[in-house]
Ligand binder design. Structure first.
Ligand code: UD2
Length: 308
């Protein structure tokens, strides 16, 4: 049966792909977005209702949740450096939204929240790969806001039985990722520089590693998490490929895939709050969601570069 789902932050990069995925699966979709960083053009041609309001506004969130089965919560400003510069605004954008959506879920009897959490929660603990049961070690306000969001969801489960899955995304990339800010995701910046013929900038030595995941795979994980029978351990799940690459290799791969020669790289000071190595254990995603990424890094990069 077709259900109505809310995508908070649905006009953003990942959110708009989730809207597309839900519609393709036959659901009805309502988007709640303040358009602070999202764009209506990301939803062009998609048959969804759009409410323009801040998801951190409790009453606006509650209105948007009328008749809704699941909330896909992507309303956020996902940036580690920005959270140091603007900690209050970052708290509003990354935790205030979660608190307001929990309030809205309680008021309207929403069944489940699919929360876009982050691997930033693991911080720099030396063990790799990161498993969901590890002690959190947030290194930035951004990571703390995501962790507190997970705690708020756990509290809501106890208090009024709200179901939730916190999907800890590792580094997501793909078409529509916005490269317009210096804080944008690294692959969107690299892709823009390749296109412009600008040399890349690396913060640190470029040997830091990340577990990149293509956005369509993140959609797949969300759709699975929206339907699955919830066990206790399914409440926090890593969403990643389970493979890591360093940034120098990433840039080389992108040059090769895009047929560019690239320029002489620039090296700058390491960024505050930056995690050195990141790699996910993906066993729980496999067991609980039957999830495995469909897109290898190169294929995702090819599609991303082709979309420019
Ligand atoms: C963090 C989280 C990720 C997600 C993301 C939201 C970790 C491991 N990951 O990603 O899960 O929540 O935040 O945005 O905490 N870099 C350069 N040059 C540039 C831009 C970036 O060298 O021009 C480096 C940057 O210093 C970092 C890496 O590239 O080491 C990736 O940076 P990012 O901003 O794409 O994402 P990251 O890892 O902070």
């Amino acid at each position: 049966m077709s259900e109505l789902h809310l995508v908070a932050g649905g006009s953003g990069f990942i959110g708009s792909h989730i809207v597309e995925g839900l519609l393709a699966a036959g659901h009805q979709v309502r988007v709640l977005d303040n358009l602070a960083t999202g764009y209506l053009k990301n939803l062009a041609g998609l048959d969804c209702e759009i409410i323009q309001a801040d998801a951190a506004d409790k009453e606006a969130a509650a209105d948007a949740c009328k008749g809704v089965s699941n909330i896909f919560h992507l309303a956020a400003r996902p940036s580690v450096p920005w959270s140091f510069e603007e900690p209050r605004l970052a708290r509003h954008a990354n935790l205030g939204t979660t608190e307001a959506l929990i309030y809205a879920a309680e008021k309207q009897g929403v069944k489940r929240i699919l929360f876009s959490s982050s691997s930033a929660i693991y911080g720099d603990s030396p063990e790799l790969p990161k498993t969901e049961d590890m002690e959190p070690a947030p290194k930035s306000p951004y990571a703390e806001h995501k962790l507190f969001g997970e705690y708020a969801l756990a509290e809501a489960a106890e208090r009024f039985g709200l179901e939730s899955v916190s999907l800890r995304y590792f580094n997501v990339f793909g078409p529509r990722q916005d490269p317009s800010s210096p804080y944008s995701g690294v692959i969107s910046l690299f892709a823009r520089w390749l296109k412009e013929g600008t040399p890349p900038t690396f913060f640190g030595d470029g040997k830091q590693t990340r577990d990149f995941i293509y956005v369509k795979d993140v959609v797949k994980a969300n759709l699975a998490a929206g339907q699955v029978q919830l066990s206790q351990s399914a409440r926090i799940i890593n969403v990643a490929c389970g493979k890591r690459v360093d940034l120098l290799e990433l840039w080389d791969t992108m040059c090769r895939v895009g047929g560019f020669t690239g320029g002489e790289p620039i090296f700058q000071k390491e960024r505050k709050g930056d995690v050195r190595h990141s790699l996910a254990d993906i066993q729980r995603a496999q067991e609980e969601l039957g999830f495995q990424a469909d897109f290898a890094l190169e294929e995702g990069l090819r599609r991303t570069i082709c979309s420019l």
